[in-house]
Design a protein around this ligand. Structure first.
Ligand code: PEP
Ligand code: MG
Length: 584
């Protein structure tokens, strides 16, 4: 049994990320313009939808992603040539400085090879031919600095892309990236990367894309406010997993909040206060402390007791994670294992297809805190809204109905092989399972199983890791009787299952009222999956599993295992202990 001190330490780490509590004072709601004209910005309460629970206080960082096509074209006259040249030179200097910093940082994180990408970009910016060409285009075409950058770098990128050598062809992307950096610098935006946010930042964004969220970090970002972010948008899921309070669905956010504004976020009730007065701050601090005390008690109870309903049903609570930091948090929160290890951030953060060795190293390092526990590693679920640059997946008319998850893996054997070999390697030390994403037909599963068997034989591994299918499509849910012949377990991904059953895109703000993940249709499908699966275990790892109000209904469907964002584990465990499952 853990000591109280140990539980307290655990709590401190965990509670820092998961404060929940009461709403802000209703009287503070004010829809008048935020600036009172005397320079002091007025307090304002914004109401949205809580998509990741907890309370936070920080300074606003307004994230505006500049699209390259937004930069305007204008002609200049003789008197402006020198000014525009100076702007180009300054942008080059700025970008060079950033590249040097990035190279150092990446070298520390990922090694020299990855850092060389930035060094090669630096070399291009130092190339006298490139600088001469920019000056020539500026003087002959008499166009502004932004258009000079676009013109010169477009030609340069094309030149690389036309080369015979594949490695050099890929340099085209690095040139585009350079062009983007220069344009951002010309627009006066230096910190477009979410990687380098200062401590205590509340990120304010219109919408966050998965590639942006790869860089979110608990050490800097204490809260997120977004105009668009439904509870199952990937950004919202990530915020929840990181234990970062998040409020979505706040209209005109970017027109309302300014960089540097003090922001209070309540992700539980879905509200935020901008530039709070002393009274609002006191109220916030009091709520924060009260919640902290309640949590401290609960974290201790959770660390020493198992999760069993009042009538004796055992319900293991696993965690959804994507990094070592998450796994540490999951263990501190008392998770019984890892029910979903999302691998997309790792594969999206590199410029080249990672080798099986580098993936195995990443897994070993990330999984260490959960050694000895069940850990289900999901194979890469890309396509749709997530595309690693090295695959060059062409755009599709209906990305969510197109090449995604296992469909991509079947088309890119190298990508599948690297992952399976890495998991097989790691399975010699850890209790890992393999989860197949976006299954629709039986051959999606048999294909992966046969590859796994082949690589295991080649590697001399006799006992295969557990293999599971994600049930995220109605087709898979209706094919359990066939699928169960090939797998050891099922994990229901209610986020995608809802989008495909309710025909409502999970990232589409226009149909959120149709995206009902606790709809009777979804609960019936879950019940069907449990019934048809026979003795094959079924768990839920979609966001529905974290809904305390729905858990009694999930238990009635026969579900006996859940996987939720790490920070939610204590609350879920606590709630389950108070449930009596009448149907049992
Ligand atoms: C799901 O679809 O419910 C799921 C867990 O997968 P993801 O949210 O990563 O698509
Ligand atoms: Mg899914």
């Amino acid at each position: 049994m853990k000591s109280l001190n140990c539980a307290r330490k655990t709590y401190r780490n965990w509670a820092r990320h998961t404060k929940t509590g009461s709403n802000f004072d209703e009287n503070t709601i004010d829809t008048r313009p935020i600036n009172n004209g005397r320079g002091r910005r007025k307090m304002l309460t914004l109401i949205g939808k809580g998509v990741s629970p907890g309370m936070a206080q920080g300074k606003a960082f307004v994230y505006k992603d500049v699209l390259l096509r937004d930069s305007e074209l204008y002609l200049i006259d003789d008197t402006q040539i020198d000014d525009e040249k100076t702007r180009v030179k300054k942008a080059i200097d700025d970008v060079n400085k950033c590249l040097t910093i990035d190279a150092k940082q990446i070298e520390g994180k990922l090694g020299k090879q990855s850092a060389d990408i930035f060094r090669a970009q630096e070399a291009i910016l130092h190339d006298s031919h490139v600088i001469k060409e920019m000056n020539r285009v500026l003087e002959t075409k008499m166009i502004n600095a932004e258009q000079v950058v676009r013109t010169v770098f477009r030609v340069l990128a094309r030149r690389f892309r036309d080369m015979d050598n594949e490695v050099l062809r890929e340099r085209g992307d690095d040139i585009d990236d350079l062009s983007r950096r220069l344009l951002l610098s010309l627009a006066g935006i230096h910190a477009h990367s979410l990687e380098k946010l200062p401590a205590n930042t509340v990120l304010v964004a219109r919408r966050l894309l998965p590639s942006d969220t790869v860089f979110l970090s608990r050490s800097s970002t204490v809260g997120v406010l977004a105009e668009f972010a439904g509870p199952t948008a990937h950004a919202a899921i990530l915020a929840r997993e990181l234990g970062i309070p998040c409020v979505g669905g706040i209209p005109d956010l970017l027109e309302t909040v300014q960089a540097g504004d003090v922001v209070l976020v309540d992700g539980t009730t879905g509200s935020a206060v901008i530039n709070p007065n002393r009274q609002a701050l006191q109220k916030y601090n009091k709520a924060f402390d009260e919640v902290g005390k309640r949590r401290e008690k609960m974290a201790y109870v959770n660390s020493v007791e198992r999760t069993v309903t009042l009538d004796g049903i055992k319900v293991p609570i696993m965690a959804n994670v994507r990094s070592r930091e998450d796994v540490e948090l999951a263990m501190q929160c008392g998770a019984d294992g890892i029910g979903l290890f999302r691998t997309e951030p790792f594969f999206l953060s590199t410029k080249h297809l990672p080798s099986d060795k580098s993936f195995a190293t990443f897994l070993r390092n990330s999984l260490e805190p959960a050694r000895g526990r069940h850990i289900d590693v999901r194979l890469l679920d890309i396509g749709a809204d997530k595309n690693p640059i090295y695959l060059h997946l062409p755009p599709e008319p209906d990305p969510f109905l197109g090449r995604r998850g296992v469909r991509v893996l079947r088309e890119y054997p190298d990508l599948l092989e690297a992952q399976l070999r890495a998991v097989l390697d790691v399975s010699q030390e850890f209790r890992v399972g393999v989860l197949i994403p976006m299954v629709t037909v039986e051959s999606d599963v048999t294909h992966v199983v046969s590859r796994l068997q082949k690589f295991a034989a080649e590697m001399g591994i006799r006992s295969l890791p557990r293999i599971g299918a994600m049930i995220e499509t109605p087709a898979a849910a209706l094919s359990i009787a066939y699928l169960r012949k090939h797998v050891d377990f099922f994990s229901i991904g209610t986020n995608d299952l809802t989008q495909y059953t309710m025909a409502a895109g999970r990232e589409n703000p226009l149909v959120t009222e149709y995206f009902i993940d606790d709809h009777p249709a979804i609960l019936r499908i879950i019940e069907l999956v449990v019934r048809e699966s026979g003795t094959t275990p079924v768990s839920i790892c979609g966001e529905l599993a974290g809904r305390i109000d729905i858990i009694p209904k999930l238990l009635l469907t026969g579900i006996r295992s859940l996987s939720v964002a790490a920070a939610l584990v204590p609350d879920i465990k606590f709630a389950i202990r108070g449930i009596e499952n009448k149907a049992h």
